[in-house]
Design a binder for this molecule. Structure first.
Ligand SMILES: [Fe+2]
Ligand SMILES: [Fe+2]
Length: 301
């Protein structure tokens, strides 16, 4: 089974440059003819904005219609918001807007001898950080959803797709704020993965591709199709390119993941265009619940 993972398209009616990149990716996808396409979030440039989120998410969803019914789309922080205390926290309104305009924020499907599970990464940590009631309820429901998906895998190997990476530099790292799972949720998540034959975790968010593994778990960070981050704008060391990922999953549980360059993608650098695409009223004013001065800006990925 060939799955193409795309991520961080950051589409917007006010950003024709990322639309053009998406059209190049779409043409490439049509040639590749994968069995399934999975988008790991940040579909929209600013779908979490109160005023323009509706138009941004609708624009992103319309662009994905070019994939037909062969695509599963997960939300990123720029689609449904992020931690409480940040400028755009996950709340009932943002979750409803995603569901109405794009679709479910999680999935569990069986394909090619595998169980494929998609999660809304932005729910993890809501309860611990005092998130809004709807966000906490959605997080609790998603833990149950994940546990049921893993319990019901019926011998199939499992691949999990989600916007944020499990870790950024090390599995035992502390809080990375904006970037990876928080330590408490990471420990709970990894215990489930280890108990249930999870073979692959594939995420986006970092705009910086990497293919590696941890204790037998294959790990992929997909590149964006829109922009790369400049030096010092993210944590950890990984690649710096646009593109997509081809995952070949065989029924015996083998994972072969490769980064693919997409002909015609124009590489934009956040350090050059960040202020333009995320004006000061959108983000960059709040480093999140930790408030560390040395953390990258909220709007970076
Ligand atoms: Fe993101
Ligand atoms: Fe992103």
């Amino acid at each position: 089974m060939r799955i193409v993972q795309i991520s961080d398209t950051h589409l917007s009616p006010r950003e024709p440059r990322f639309d053009a990149n998406w059209q190049a990716a779409l043409a490439f996808l049509k040639e590749l003819q994968p069995d399934l396409v999975i988008h790991t979030g940040d579909l929209a440039l600013d779908g979490a904005d109160e005023a323009r989120g509706e138009a941004e998410l609708a624009h992103g969803a319309a662009a994905m219609a070019g994939l037909g019914d062969n695509a599963l789309i997960l939300p990123g922080n720029h689609d449904v918001g992020h931690f409480p205390g940040m400028a755009q926290p996950v709340n009932a309104e943002r979750l409803e807007r995603w569901t109405r305009l794009v679709g479910p924020d999680r999935f569990c499907v069986d394909r090619g001898g595998w169980r494929l599970v998609g999660l809304n990464a932005l729910l993890f940590g809501q309860a611990a950080l005092g998130g809004e009631e709807a966000a906490c309820a959605a997080e609790a429901a998603q833990w149950l959803f994940l546990e049921a998906a893993l319990d019901g895998r019926d011998g199939r190997p499992v691949a999990i797709f989600s916007h944020k990476p499990v870790f950024v530099e090390r599995i035992d790292e502390g809080e990375t704020g904006y970037w990876g799972l928080r330590p408490a949720e990471r420990a709970r998540f990894m215990a489930l993965c280890e108990a249930h034959d999870v073979r692959l975790h594939a995420s986006g968010h970092l705009h910086s591709p990497w293919i590696g593994q941890h204790a037998g778990l294959a790990i992929t960070w997909a590149p964006s199709t829109a922009f790369v981050l400049g030096e010092g704008e993210r944590l950890g060391a990984s690649g710096r390119s646009l593109g997509l990922v081809l995952h070949e999953l065989t029924p015996d549980g083998t994972v072969d993941s490769r980064l693919l360059a997409v002909p015609g993608l124009e590489e934009y650098d956040f350090s050059r265009i960040g202020a333009e695409i995320y004006p000061a009223d959108v983000g960059g004013v709040d480093a999140g619940p930790l408030g560390e001065a040395d953390r990258p800006k909220e709007n970076a990925a």
